[in-house]
Design a protein around this ligand. Structure first.
Ligand code: MIC
Ligand code: SF4
Length: 639
């Protein structure tokens, strides 16, 4: 039987397990990346594992999320990461050099290799045929130490593209269309391969926009073949040597095939507050727009920015709109400056922001009260923009600019003439903002620099056979990691200070949760379907651990978050009958009995007074050992 692209890469990196859907497999990891908001914790964990130098082919530490440095906290974190990188053999991408996924695609990604990153949009590198996955910081720390990365062998989906995108319709609309078809949980447990004749019309940055937003489907990752278009991109980046051709076998078998005709797509928007709440621009053209933000790891490539500049050239944005543009990398910004496109963007009235995540993670640029904000980003979860009642729509750069010009949601097809964007034959290469690590000899003398905001990892305890706990919080479906552990300018500086962060846990849904959890000492959280969708931030597990959460009982879980819970020693458990969710009430005492036996046979009983509710779990032997040890760190250290 033939293999899919992902199966080929998995096969060549398989350390243990069988490539059977649903089985746990262990993969050898070639490259890792971290960003600053998850990096400090990941490197603290790496240090505590006690390995002298990373054992990957390449590890890069990016600073891109929290670049405001509004107090000493961030500056200290950045200095810590820089010194750790130097000591342990990791390249350090300085603040301002760009968003991790954009820079990794440009400068480091290699077709056919494996990459894990402590950021959920790591699959962006699937745009050049890399098997790239988001993971918790601790998993990345273990991979840096040469350990395997464990995943459940995914199903294989294929999206067959035919036709060609029409003027004013772009790769972002393909991402939104697949979200419309599959929903935010439609990709859970699957890898999505993009193929068909239509992919020959898509450049690497367009492919990367599509693989980037595969994350919003809940997919393990998304991947394109590595072909002549990949080769041309790598050559233009001066990295032709990294190219290898990679495609699926003609007789590869897929669990599901979806057809999309590119020629038929229209400009789309994801409406508040979910990336799968899709409508056409045509339908929404009566909506007044207050703010437009262009950038993020989804839409900040040179191609996107040249489109933005071409659309803005010689025009002015509407007086009622505030427009921000954040190029994805120093390479993009510098090339925009060299060709004059930057001046066109500035002259039109845009505010040009640093090459960083910026507004996407709520680092400034929050919309006005109830303000309508159109963003070329990938997530529009409630409150993520920093304004609780902000109305965020996800759009393509084309819809973004058209709307900034008119002040209303605008279908860009009404604008008339369309200019093709041609990518340069050679990109401007300047890697001076990526600092090389010290040699192994020099590394011994490198001092790791810590600041007072860096607090120790929360205390863990070995699992006991019985848990009695208060049902401190009951939440609904599609709870995101932005609900569990919000980010944004006020909180992000405290990513290495779990006690401080804990005050904000679930604050979006219930401001008194943290206080109640501390009071209860032991808590259980009850959730609906797709609990923990969104970010890879392990803080959404470490903070509940600190607050005494022992188990989360839900109808279903998102992949990375379930892994993070196990890594933190918290039991993710699923209702056997989803309707039992309705039987549980907040602030009652629950107990979980005979856990050791139940974990082995996959059935655990939840007791609430006289009532018994059957729960299921499918932990592997390794996961049981991790949970019993009190989390992956204790397990890895053999405690
Ligand atoms: C996000 O887009 O939510 C983030 C911020 O990039 C996160 C990582 C984090 O929370 O630090 C992600 O996607 O994993
Ligand atoms: Fe940064 Fe936003 Fe991309 Fe997350 S989704 S990595 S915050 S740009």
């Amino acid at each position: 039987m033939g293999l899919t692209i992902a199966q080929k890469i998995i096969k060549s990196h398989l350390v243990s397990g069988e490539m059977v859907v649903g089985e746990e497999i262990a993969l050898r990891i070639d490259q890792t990346l971290t960003q600053d908001a998850t990096g400090t914790m990941a490197y603290l964990e790496f240090e505590s594992i006690g390995i002298e130098r990373v054992r990957t082919k390449l590890s890069v530490a990016y600073i891109d999320h929290n670049t405001l440095q509004s107090g000493f906290e961030n500056a200290d974190d950045h200095r810590y990461i820089q010194s750790v990188a130097k000591k342990y053999g990791i390249r350090f991408s300085r603040p301002g050099n760009g968003i991790c996924h954009q820079v990794h695609l440009e400068r480091f990604g290699v077709p056919g290799m494996t990459l894990i990153g402590s950021d959920s949009h790591t699959p962006t590198a699937g745009g050049i045929g890399m098997l790239a996955m988001g993971a918790g910081g601790l998993d990345v720390a273990v991979a840096m130490g040469g350990g395997e990365y464990y995943i459940t062998m995914p199903k294989m989906y294929k999206v067959n593209l035919t036709g060609k995108l029409q003027p004013w319709v772009s790769a972002k609309d393909v991402s939104l269309e697949i979200l419309r078809i599959l929903s935010v949980k439609g990709g859970v447990g699957a890898i999505i391969e993009w193929g068909g004749e239509g992919i020959k019309t898509l450049s690497v940055p367009e492919r990367a926009t599509i693989t980037n937003m595969g994350t919003e489907l809940g997919a393990t990752t998304s991947i394109f073949p590595s072909d002549e278009i990949t080769k041309a991109f790598l050559e233009a980046q001066g990295r032709g040597d990294a190219y290898i051709p990679l495609e699926s076998d003609p007789d590869a078998v897929y669990d599901r095939i979806i057809d999309i005709n590119l020629s038929e797509l229209k400009p789309l928007l994801a409406c508040p507050h979910s990336p799968d709440n899709i409508r056409t621009a045509e339908e929404l053209s009566h909506i007044k727009v207050d703010q437009v933000c262009i950038g993020s790891c989804t839409n900040s490539s040179l191609r996107d920015m040249l489109r933005v500049a071409a659309m803005l050239k010689g025009k002015k944005i509407d007086d009622s709109v505030s427009l921000s543009v954040s190029p994805g990398s120093k390479q993009v910004l510098s090339m925009l400056a060299d060709c004059g496109a930057l001046s066109d963007i500035l002259a039109a009235g845009a505010r040009v922001l640093e090459c960083a995540c910026g507004p996407c993670i709520g680092m400034g640029f929050s919309p006005n009260s109830a303000g309508v904000s159109l963003r070329t980003f990938n997530r529009n979860f409630e409150g993520r923009s920093g304004t609780k009642d902000g109305q965020v729509y996800l759009v393509s750069p084309e819809v973004a600019v058209a709307s900034a010009l008119t002040g209303y949601i605008t279908d860009p097809r009404t604008l008339g003439d369309y200019e093709e964007i041609v990518l340069p034959e050679a990109f401007k290469i300047d890697d001076s903002a990526v600092l090389m690590p010290a040699s192994p000899e020099e590394a011994r003398d490198v001092e790791v620099l810590r600041g007072p905001n860096i607090k120790p990892f929360p205390e863990t305890h070995k699992l006991e056979n019985r848990i009695e706990a208060n049902l401190t919080l009951k939440v609904g479906d599609n709870i995101t990691t932005d609900h569990i552990m919000p980010a944004g300018a006020k909180i992000l500086p405290y990513r290495s200070n779990i006690p401080y962060l804990s005050k904000f846990c679930f604050a979006v849904c219930d401001e008194s949760f943290a206080e109640r959890a501390l009071e209860a000492k032991n808590s259980i959280i009850v959730g609906g379907t797709n609990y923990g969708q969104g970010s890879s931030r392990e803080h959404a597990a470490l903070v509940p651990l600190y607050l005494g959460v022992k188990a989360v009982v839900a109808k279903s879980f998102a992949r990375i978050h379930a892994a993070n819970l196990i890594n933190a020693g918290i039991l993710p458990l699923t209702f056997e009958n989803p309707d039992d969710y309705d039987k549980l009430t907040q602030n009652t005492t629950l107990s979980l009995e005979n856990l050791f036996e139940g974990m082995e046979n996959g059935k655990i009983t939840l007791k609430c007074g006289e009532m018994e509710i059957p729960l299921v779990c499918s932990y592997t032997k390794r996961q049981i050992d991790i949970l019993r040890a009190g989390g992956l760190l204790a397990y890895t250290k053999g405690e």
